[in-house]
Structure formats: structure tokens, C-alpha cells
Design a protein around this ligand. Structure first.
Ligand code: HEM
Length: 368
């Protein structure tokens, strides 16, 4: 049997002058992101999500009390992001963020009716092993430097010791950032489309749709949904560009809605061709997922493209109720041109804990 090895590399560090020599000057280090405050970092900060992500999901041992564990993880995150933890092995943390969430089982121990206490229901086109459904603890690590991810994960797992057992992990990569407005960009996903244009981007929209306003134990937190969606890339790539654009309802190169305008224009869902066909097709993803049509608030989508175990998207959304996600996917399930290209192979929801500081440790409002 013939064996083949395909090595594909691309990088910014090689000179474009053809010499092949590494560029002599190191790029400027990315700015440090504030760890403490009303909200955890890694949701709206940094403003453009970092290029690399590792999401780690673990379960707590049956007898472990969450309060002390979370407080310790919060302290470790502060030393890691400050660059003072020896387990960082001298690597510069740059724009590292670590965001911690707790799964429904743990939330229910703090209050059966709290936001985040409900499990995510099942949907169509899922092939999720029981190990990759749900989990007690989410550790979302994001950074500009991909090397940091396993190092930071190892440090946090070391800190937790045998109090937690890893359940599943997923790494991801953001494509090139494309400017959407003067002060905002969104990345291309691995289908070539700009992903993350619509969402709660102003402070007022974030107060309304993103952050939890109560009860007191969860103020400043939010709810995360993670879905690993594998994509049949070969079948999608076999479509013409016009067919690909009809799947999403936007132009592939520019992100402009098929109804016209600019990349940040809302898709015109009632706009028609002279012969009466909708410019944004009836089953286009942006029509099926449109929050006004679904009748829900906005979700902040902060997804990462993946290439293992198969090409696809680690869909990540943040919102202050589960319903915007569940109602949207339920509506997509009945007819969304994108879904037949996808199979969901991991699924979970977490309450992203409120922000913290030395006087108010991570998790203390729920488990203190
Ligand atoms: C492989 C999976 C998916 C891919 C590749 C994908 C990609 C995209 C792209 C390219 C857009 C248009 C640009 C934008 O506004 O960001 C979009 C819009 C959107 N997607 Fe997805 N998406 C996926 C799954 C989902 C899921 C599971 C949901 C939620 C249940 C969702 C919710 C939305 C929403 C709310 C919008 C904005 C619609 C609008 O108002 O225009 N997407 N998605």
C-alpha cells in the first residue's frame, strides 16, 4: 500500500523576498487583556477574538465542592495571564484569556431555576458520543500564540489535580479578520464566508441580549453554547459560488447580503427580483437564523474553524438565555440550506461565571 505525506505550511514569518530567511524582527507582542472586572475576559474582550482557541471540558469528582476549586482556578488564571506563573515556562502570555463556565448539573446544585440550570436539548443531524455531550466545567483558552494553549491547559489541569477529569477538548483557529465597520472585524470561516457579522456589538445591545442581569448570583455572567459542527467540505466546494452564496444569503467575497447594501447592512428579507423571487432565498441561513424572524434576542457568535477530528466549525455563542439558541436551531432544523452540510459531534452549554477580582473570587457569587 502506498503511503503519502502531505505537508502544507504557510506563515508570516518567512520573508516574501524569496530568500526563505526568517524575518529578523519579532512582531509586536499583543496587548494584555484585563482579567478582573464585571465580566470575564474572552467573551467581548479582546474586541477581535484571538486567532487560537482551546476549549477544554471536564467533570468534577462527585465529592468535590466547586467553590474552592473555582477560586483557585481564578487565582491561577491571574498568575498565568500576568506571566508570573512558572508553569508558563517563560512564554509570554500576550493577549491570553481564560474563560470559565459551569455546566447545568453544577448550576442546579446552586439553584434549580438559575440561568444555566437547563441542559441543551437534542437536535437533528447530531452524532454526539455521550462523552462529548455536556460537562461540568468549561475552560476556554484563547491566545494569539498557539503554543500557549496546551501549556495553559496543562497548568490549569495541574492546579485542579484529581478534583476534575477531562471529558473532551477542541482546538480551533480563526481565519483572516475582515473589517465590517470602522471599529469591528469578523473572520472568514473555512467555507470562505465572513462569520460573526450580526450580533450584539454595542454596549446597549450587550446589556439587553448578552449579559445576565439577575438573579444576583449570576449578574455579569452569560450563557455559552458550544457545538462542534463537522462540515462536508467537499460537497460544499463542489457548488458554484452563486450556489454557495444562496446557502448563506450573503456574497462570499464581501459578506454583503444578497439583497444588497454593504457588509454591515441587515439582509433585506422582503426584497425580490422583478420576477418575484426572494433575493435572500427562503432557506438561506441568514433568513432562517434571523433573530427578528425567529422572535429572539441576538447571540454573540465567537466561533472557531476546526480541522480535527474533521473540518468544520466549533460554533460558540454567548447570550443571556438559552432560548435564542434553541429557537434558532429549531427553526433552522426544519429548513436551512446550510444544515445538510453539517453533522454536530459535540454539544454543551455552560453558565459563564460573573467576572471576579481579589475580593470576589471566581465562582463565589454561586458557590461561596
Ligand atoms: C457550520 C455551522 C455554521 C456556519 C458555518 C455558520 C456561518 C454563518 C455565516 C457565514 C453567517 C453570515 C454572517 C454573519 O452574520 O455572521 C451566519 C449568520 C448567522 N448564524 Fe450561523 N453558522 C453556522 C451555524 C449556526 C448555528 C448552529 C446557529 C444558531 C443556532 C447560527 C446562528 C446564526 C445567526 C443568528 C446569524 C445571523 C443571521 C442574521 O441575522 O443575518 N449559525 N452564520
Amino acid at each position: 500500500m502506498a503511503t503519502g505525506l502531505l505537508a502544507v505550511c504557510s506563515g508570516d514569518s518567512v520573508r516574501s523576498d524569496g530568500s526563505g530567511d526568517p524575518a529578523p524582527s519579532a512582531p509586536a507582542a499583543p496587548t494584555q487583556v484585563a482579567v478582573t472586572g464585571r465580566h470575564q475576559a474572552g467573551v467581548t474582550l479582546p474586541r477581535s477574538a484571538q486567532p487560537h482557541l482551546l476549549a477544554l471540558v471536564a467533570d468534577l469528582g462527585a465529592t468535590v465542592t466547586p467553590g474552592p476549586l473555582l477560586a483557585e482556578l481564578g487565582e491561577t488564571i491571574q498568575t498565568l495571564t500576568a506571566g508570573s506563573d512558572p508553569r508558563l515556562l517563560g512564554l509570554s502570555p500576550g493577549d491570553l484569556t481564560v474563560t470559565v463556565g459551569v455546566g447545568p448539573r453544577l448550576v442546579r446544585t446552586a439553584g434549580a431555576t438559575l440561568p444555566g440550570a437547563a441542559d441543551l436539548p437534542r437536535f437533528s443531524r447530531e452524532r454526539v458520543a455521550s462523552r462529548e455531550r455536556g460537562g461540568d466545567l468549561l475552560i476556554q483558552i484563547c491566545a494569539g500564540d498557539a503554543l500557549l494553549l496546551p501549556v495553559v491547559a496543562a497548568a490549569l489541569l495541574d492546579q485542579a489535580g484529581d478534583r476534575i477529569q477531562e471529558r473532551w477538548r477542541q482546538s480551533g483557529r480563526r481565519g483572516t479578520e475582515v473589517p465590517v465597520t470602522e471599529d469591528r472585524s469578523a473572520p472568514r470561516n473555512l467555507l470562505g464566508f465572513i462569520d460573526g457579522i450580526v450580533g450584539p456589538h454595542t454596549t446597549a445591545e450587550q446589556e439587553r441580549d448578552l449579559w445576565l442581569a439577575g438573579p444576583a448570583a449570576v449578574v455579569g455572567g452569560t450563557l455559552a453554547v458550544l457545538r462542534r459542527m463537522e462540515i462536508d467540505l467537499t460537497r460544499f466546494a463542489a457548488l458554484s459560488v452563486a450556489e454557495q452564496e444562496a446557502v448563506f444569503g450573503r456574497r462570499r467575497a464581501s459578506g454583503v447580503p444578497l439583497s444588497g447594501g454593504s457588509v454591515d447592512s441587515a439582509p433585506g428579507l422582503s426584497a425580490k427580483t422583478p420576477d418575484g423571487r426572494y433575493l435572500v432565498p427562503v432557506d438561506a441561513h441568514v433568513r432562517r437564523a434571523n433573530p427578528t424572524v425567529v422572535g429572539v434576542g441576538h447571540m454573540l457568535r465567537r466561533s472557531y474553524s476546526i480541522d480535527a477530528p474533521a473540518p468544520g466549525l466549533l460554533f460558540i455563542s454567548f447570550q443571556n438565555a438559552l432560548r435564542p439558541f434553541t429557537a434558532t436551531l429549531t427553526r433552522m432544523d426544519t429548513s436551512d440550506a446550510l444544515l445538510p452540510f453539517t453533522t454536530t459531534t459535540a454539544s454543551a452549554t455552560f453558565l459563564i461565571l460573573p467576572g471576579y477580582d481579589p475580593r470576589r473570587p471566581l465562582g463565589s457569587t454561586l458557590f461561596g
